[in-house]
Design a protein around this ligand. Structure first.
Ligand SMILES: [Zn+2]
Length: 248
C-alpha cells in the first residue's frame, strides 16, 4: 500500500491515538474520516471496520506522512489499561486531542498544566510539580499508571475518586503526610482488602511497601493540588455513601 498524504499536513502530538489524529487530519483537509476511508478502500486498500487496527494505523501514517512508530503506544502495561485521555491543551495549541501518555501523571511539566478536567495552569504550585516528577521518576518507570488505583470498571473509578476525596479531607485535618496516610489506611482497610485481592497491580505494590507509600503520597499530592479539585470531589462525596472519619 502506498497512499499520497492529504494536502494539508497535520502534526501528530506525542501519544495521540489514531482516532483523534484522523479526526483532526480529516477536518483540516475539509473532509471526514468516513469519506476519506471510503476513498482509500476504493483504491483497493483493505481497511477493516474496526476503529483501531494495524491497517488503520498504516493508512493514517501514510495520509499524514507520519513515522511508522506513530500510534504504537501500548494499550496496556503490566496488565493495566493505559487510559485514553485528553492531551495537554497547551502542548496541542488549544486543539482537543486524545491519546495515551503512560509516563505522565496529572501534570504537563513543560507547561505547568494540570491534566485533570478541567485543565488549568498550576503556576507556582510546587507540590504538584514535585509529585509529578516523583511519579515519573519512580513509579511510571515501574509501569505504574497515574490512574492505576482507578482503572477498569466504573465502580473502580468511583472508588479512586472516593479515596481521593477522603484523602483530601484527611490531608486537611493532618498537615503531615505519614499521619494522614496512616489514618487513611486504617479507615479504608475494609475496602482496600478486596481491592488488594482483585488487583494484580495493588498486589505488586503491596509487596513493595515503600513503593506503596510513595504511590499513595504521589497520588494524593498529584490528585489533590489545593482547591482545584475541591468542587469536583465534593460532588463525588455528596453522591457517595461514605462517611469521613471523625476529626481527632
Ligand atoms: Zn503541555
Amino acid at each position: 500500500m502506498s497512499l499520497q498524504p492529504l494536502p494539508v499536513p497535520t502534526r501528530v502530538y506525542h501519544g495521540e491515538g489514531v482516532i483523534s489524529y484522523s479526526q483532526r487530519h480529516a477536518a483540516r483537509n475539509h473532509s471526514n474520516i468516513a469519506d476519506i476511508e471510503r476513498g482509500v478502500r476504493q483504491l483497493g486498500v483493505r481497511l477493516p471496520k474496526t476503529r483501531v487496527s494495524p491497517e488503520r494505523f498504516e493508512v493514517w501514517q501514510q495520509l499524514g506522512s507520519l513515522h511508522q512508530t506513530t500510534f504504537s503506544t501500548p494499550a496496556s502495561i503490566a496488565g493495566s489499561v493505559v487510559s485514553d485521555r485528553q492531551l495537554c491543551l497547551r502542548c496541542t495549541q488549544g486543539n482537543r486531542a486524545m491519546g495515551r501518555i503512560p509516563g505522565v501523571g496529572m501534570v504537563c511539566l513543560r507547561h505547568k498544566h494540570w491534566l485533570g478536567s478541567p485543565q488549568i495552569g498550576l503556576d507556582g504550585y510546587f507540590p504538584a510539580l514535585t509529585a509529578e516528577r516523583h511519579f515519573r521518576n519512580h513509579l511510571a518507570r515501574r509501569g505504574i499508571l497515574f490512574d492505576s488505583f482507578a482503572t477498569g470498571r466504573p465502580e473502580r473509578l468511583c472508588q479512586g475518586l472516593e479515596d481521593a476525596a477522603i484523602l483530601a479531607a484527611l490531608l486537611d485535618q493532618n498537615t503531615d503526610l505519614p499521619t494522614a496516610f496512616a489514618r487513611f489506611a486504617a479507615f479504608r482497610q475494609p475496602r482496600i482488602k478486596p481491592l488488594v485481592r482483585e488487583s494484580a497491580f495493588i498486589g505488586r505494590v503491596v509487596n513493595l511497601r515503600p513503593a506503596l507509600l510513595s504511590a499513595a503520597a504521589s497520588r494524593a499530592t498529584v490528585l489533590i493540588p489545593e482547591a482545584l479539585l475541591t468542587a469536583h470531589l465534593a460532588t463525588v462525596a455528596s453522591r457517595s455513601a461514605f462517611a469521613l472519619p471523625d476529626r481527632q
